[in-house]
Write a protein that binds this ligand. Structure first.
Ligand SMILES: [Fe+2]
Length: 531
């Protein structure tokens, strides 16, 4: 009997020890990452997270060796909901050789209980061994992925990442909005780090900060390497790429545009790319126009080739924008690449789009010398857009330039969309005429423009005025039209819970038909009123 009690006790003790050890190993594990944040010719930046306090380390080396070691001093962060602490490890691997494959393994500190009861020389909280390749010193080729707005729906984000993992690339750019609310630390795990597993350990993931990352500093603590800033550039063979923060509190668009201009002008690379989160050209979704009305001109004069942004959850590739007349600027291609997982927004094809769609997607670029190819893939891996261009002696091929749209027309479209009709003079009631005005400020144009204002409604609902035409001179200026409408039936304004203005019923639209050079388009505004 005493013997069987003794055996049971021993078994119980062993089981308890196994449980304690399992829990200790579990909480000592690498809980986020590792993620490669930068890779250049001679160094690379890594990050990972553990939930145990203490230094971590990276073992790394050429090919399959792990002979070198760097240790980290982690940053402590706290979850908002339960005050749980986490420790972010960030490290640079220095003195690497260009164009070489390196292996690495990260470890976290050992859990205190394990430190006390084991004599193991190595922490159990280590990652797998991963490999990455440094940038070659002399290459004429680069392949990379761009996507953005991967927040809020991790399952869709993961599906996009799984498609991206099928491509062999040198790096990945994310145009921002990684999480719904970056001020809540707990969102980064499920919305960002979990979905990028299998991709971000082996290729650098460059991020242009999104507005949803917030201003608490969580984004910077996790994803900006030590000594680096939110805006940064890097080179890869024929490509120069700049990622710019245009969302953090206190930043001025003028300063950030100046940064873009000076960075692009100082680079001699054949192809110059810029990514920032809020677009300067975007029709649909948020209809963003960051840096308006100067951004398009500054980007062209700086010699930028591609501006890839996010924020609006859609895909739109614009036709190249003609630089201002008399300048030596570039024909800039703007792409909104905001379909990485967040709920999609509506976009309609316009004169200015080469392609526009409400679709989850990512872009794959391949550049070899003077030739650039881009394929945009949907979430099922199907190509939805394809572009092939060449650049010789600094000039894009003629066939591509023929598709270009004048900058003045693009800016007029932005101005017309931004400007809403004024309030109605009175509530829409049967046989009671009401008046509203449309006042437009137009910066100088490259040539005069004509705008015809026409009202449109369901037949028999309103008595409409004759269309009115404005001629905008080259110098631009402020212009105003007044329009009077008589309802022929009883009208109403639908209620809104938050008291926002609603489209009046029966519906009435103001169509602004404009013509500038060879460009003809329409911008429509529903006539709205506050209930
Ligand atoms: Fe955004």
């Amino acid at each position: 009997m005493p013997r069987s009690v003794s055996i049971s006790s021993r078994l119980f003790l062993i089981a308890a020890l196994v449980i304690v050890l399992t829990a200790a190993v579990g909480c000592a594990r690498v809980t986020k990452g590792p993620v490669l944040l930068r890779v250049s010719e001679d160094r690379a930046a890594l990050m990972w997270e553990t939930e145990v306090e203490g230094p971590g380390e990276v073992l790394y080396g050429r090919d399959n060796s792990l002979r070198k070691k760097v240790t980290t001093e982690p940053i402590r962060v706290e979850y908002k909901i339960n005050k749980k602490a986490a420790y972010i490890h960030k490290v640079w691997l220095e003195n690497l050789e260009p164009g070489q494959t390196y292996s690495y393994r990260v470890t976290g500190p050992m859990a205190p209980i394990l430190q006390r009861i084991t004599k193991l020389g190595q922490s159990p909280s280590q990652s797998k061994v991963y490999k990455f390749r440094t940038v070659p010193a002399d290459t004429n080729e680069v392949t990379f992925l761009v996507y953005g707005d991967s927040r809020t729906d991790p399952k869709t984000h993961r599906k996009v990442v799984e498609q991206m993992m099928k491509k062999k690339v040198d790096f990945v750019v994310n145009c921002g909005d990684l999480v719904s609310s970056g001020d809540r630390y707990e969102q980064f795990g499920p919305q960002f780090f979990e979905p990028v597993k299998g991709l971000a350990e082996t290729v650098a993931l460059y991020i242009a900060k999104g507005n949803h990352e917030g201003n608490s500093g969580n984004f910077e603590k996790l994803l900006i390497p030590r000594g680096e800033k939110n805006s940064f550039s890097f080179d890869y063979g024929p490509l120069h790429y700049l990622c710019v923060d245009n969302v953090s509190k206190g930043l001025q668009s003028e300063e950030q545009l100046e940064l873009i201009a000076s960075d692009a002008k100082s680079s001699t690379a054949r192809w110059k790319f810029v990514s920032y989160h809020i677009p300067s050209l975007n029709f649909g979704g948020h209809w963003s126009a960051w840096g308006h009305p100067d951004a398009l001109r500054i980007l062209a004069e700086a010699g930028v080739d591609f501006v890839i942004t996010g924020h609006s959850h859609q895909y739109e590739r614009f036709r190249p924008v003609v630089p201002p007349p008399g300048t030596k600027g570039s024909y800039v291609t703007h792409i909104t690449c905001g379909g990485g997982g967040a709920p999609l927004s509506r976009v309609e094809q316009s004169l200015y789009h080469a392609y526009a769609g409400k679709i989850y997607h990512f872009c794959l670029f391949h550049i070899k010398d003077n030739k650039l190819t881009m394929d945009t893939f949907d979430i099922n891996g199907k190509i939805i857009d394809h572009l092939e261009i060449t650049k010789t002696n600094g000039k894009l091929n003629k066939q591509y330039l023929w598709t270009a749209v004048p900058m003045a027309a693009v800016r007029l479209h932005q101005d017309l969309h931004k400007t809403q009709p004024t309030r109605l003079s009175n509530w829409p009631e049967k046989n009671q005429p009401f008046t509203f005005t449309y006042q437009l400020s137009v910066p100088p144009l490259s040539e005069p423009a004509n705008i015809t204002f026409k009202l449109r409604c369901d037949e028999g609902a309103y008595q409409l005025p004759e269309p009115k035409t404005l001629t905008i001179p080259k110098e631009g200026g402020t212009f105003k039209v007044e329009l009077t409408v008589t309802p022929l039936v009883g009208g109403k304004v639908p209620k809104d819970k938050r008291g926002r203005a609603q489209t009046i019923v029966p519906a009435l639209w103001l169509d602004c038909h404009y013509e500038i050079g060879r460009a003809r388009e329409i911008v429509s505004h529903p006539i709205i009123a506050k209930p």
